[in-house]
Design a binder for this molecule. Structure first.
Ligand code: GLN
Length: 544
């Protein structure tokens, strides 16, 4: 078992998740099998009930775990699906220590942070390594070195490195080198201090990855090397990149791949980046953009919709069509007629998942525009449910139709609570979650896009389309084209519209740079087709 630890210093939000994912990619490009474990030193057991404004999107795994969004980056960079055991939180560790204690596993002993909590952490790391059968486990330690919260984790990793012995474990420390003052001087002091913190815990980093707005000069690298006791070739500079998928190549260009192989005593085979480079090349050369309207309520924090944004990058790198996401705060739409006018001119629209009543009327209006104006539309989860509500109101004339999530007393509950959810009081981890099988109607739009009639997609919802309305929907052209094994509705599409598709599941979680998701590919294609048709014909050549 080999372990590569990635810690962070100075501040959070340095892109440690991207760095870790990229390091994994470097090893994978050399034919080394890898997996990644994320440590979140907060007391929540999982990210399920966290506000997207605090932590960004909740990323759902196949097994239904509601995880930190970094797990999404890992899956995308590695092209591998992960399970819930790859997201460790303080809450999970304490929960299992307390359960063990109650069971009597530590009988007679005082239960303490060291060795019981640290022991539990080491066990979790070993379990992930074993279950994944990977040659290298990357462990990303969330938070910033020096935080009280991450101490037990770093201590456990230090102990583990001692137990595993020479050459089995390496430590990469990610820091910030800010550029300040009128002449733009790069400052190494924060890095020096944070490395000192790390050494005080008994961890000596083998590599320092310095983040910052611009690449480090050789001088600054030498200075960090000297003060932090890391060889100059192990001081790596990662400046901000226009696209996160560039980072593996930025690291590779500085010899990081070979350095990792040496540190972990792995064979250093020539890396293969053929498909990755092709994706990046197509992305860079993309044609002028189509505009996709993204209508949601967390639009100020783009991390809340991270997987959607990434899915569109994957499409751009696949089709070579530039994608310009234009964000609409759904709460503003009913208040501002110019937004409606703008929505009418968009090339396509996506309404992503969401919860609660705030901003919902704006979403319904936007969907109404997409439906009436033949704008390609993809509705995901809440965006699917609200498409049904909009249709019920405007086409079936049920003006008070809504979801019981918004109005439990509505006369027309077009969307209502899943049967198994009734009477449930616990809100953590109790939605219909994770990968579920969906059967598609042969020859439907959605079946053609997937190229098959049985798919597995990830879910995260408490409400569903009410079967009582399906016959009326069908009679007016809105047909069910996907269902779960138990019959619940998974996909709807509108006849006579160029592209109007709603899905109860979350395709965004499965899109990857080397395998863009077919529904996103199709939406961008439909947007390009619409733009083409709408573009005014070229003026006739001038007559001499
Ligand atoms: N709020 C809706 C539900 O619980 C949709 C959830 C979502 O969009 N993820 O069913």
């Amino acid at each position: 078992m080999k372990v590569l630890v990635v810690s962070g210093g100075v501040i959070s939000g340095l892109g440690k998740g991207i760095t870790t994912s990229s390091l994994g990619r470097l090893l994978k490009a050399r034919g080394v099998s890898v997996t990644i474990l994320k440590i979140d030193p907060y007391l929540n057991v999982d990210a399920g009930t966290m506000n997207p404004y605090q932590h960004g999107e909740v990323f759902v795994l196949d097994d239904g775990t509601e995880a930190d969004l970094d797990l999404g980056n890992y899956e995308r960079f590695l092209g591998q699906s992960l399970s819930g055991s790859h997201n460790l939180t303080t809450g999970k560790i304490y929960r299992s220590v307390i359960e063990k204690k109650r069971r009597g596993d530590y009988l007679g002993n005082t239960v303490q942070i060291i060795p019981h909590v640290t022991g539990e952490i080491k066990r979790a790391v070993r379990d992930v390594a074993e279950a994944a059968g990977a040659e290298v486990v990357l462990v990303e330690v969330g938070g910033t070195v020096g935080d009280i919260e991450s101490m037990p984790f770093l201590e456990a990793l230090r102990e583990l490195s001692y137990e595993l012995g020479e050459g089995a474990m390496a430590f990469v420390h990610t820091t910030l080198v800010p550029v300040v003052g009128p002449v733009g001087e790069a400052k190494t002091k924060p890095t020096q201090h944070s490395v000192r913190e790390l050494r005080a815990i008994g961890i000596r980093p083998n590599m320092i990855i310095a983040r910052g707005p611009a690449p480090l000069t050789a001088d600054i690298k030498a200075k960090i090397s000297l003060f932090c006791d890391v060889p100059p070739e192990a001081v790596i500079s990662v400046a901000d990149q226009p696209l996160i998928y560039e980072v593996p190549l930025v690291l590779e260009a500085q010899g990081v791949g070979s350095l990792l192989a040496r540190l972990l005593r792995l064979p250093d085979r020539p890396p293969d980046y053929a498909a990755w480079k092709e994706f990046l090349g197509t992305h860079r050369r993309a044609s002028p953009s189509v505009e996709i309207a993204m209508v949601g309520k967390y639009t100020e924090l783009k991390d809340a919709y991270l997987s959607h944004i990434e899915a569109f990058h994957h499409v751009q790198g696949h089709l070579g069509i530039g994608v310009n996401l234009r964000w609409y705060d759904s709460e503003d739409i009913p208040k501002n007629p110019t937004l409606e006018a703008r929505l009418r001119r968009t090339d396509a629209m996506l309404v992503p998942g969401g919860f609660g009543a705030r901003g919902v009327e704006g979403k319904i209006r936007a969907i109404g525009i997409a439906r009436a104006e033949s704008i390609p539309y993809l509705g995901i989860c809440y965006g699917f449910q609200m498409a049904a509500v909009e249709f019920a109101r405007d086409v079936l004339g049920l003006s008070a139709a809504t979801s019981t999530e918004i109005d439990p007393a509505t006369p027309d509950p077009v969307v209502s609570l899943l049967e198994e959810q009734k009477g449930r009081e616990n809100l953590g981890g109790t939605m219909r979650l994770g990968a579920q099988r969906v059967n598609l109607v042969p020859d439907s739009l959605v079946a053609r896009l997937y190229g098959r009639t049985e798919i597995w997609e990830r879910h995260r919802h408490r409400y569903e389309l009410n079967p009582a309305y399906l016959e009326r929907f069908r009679a007016r052209g809105l047909a069910v084209t996907g269902s779960a094994v138990d019959g619940r509705v998974e996909a709807i599409e509108l006849a006579g519209h160029p592209f109007f598709l709603g899905v109860q599941f979350h395709p965004e979680f499965l899109s990857r740079p080397e395998a863009p998701h077919p529904l996103y590919v199709a939406l961008v294609r439909a947007a390009a087709a619409k733009k083409e048709v709408a573009a005014p014909a070229a003026p006739p050549p001038a007559v001499a």
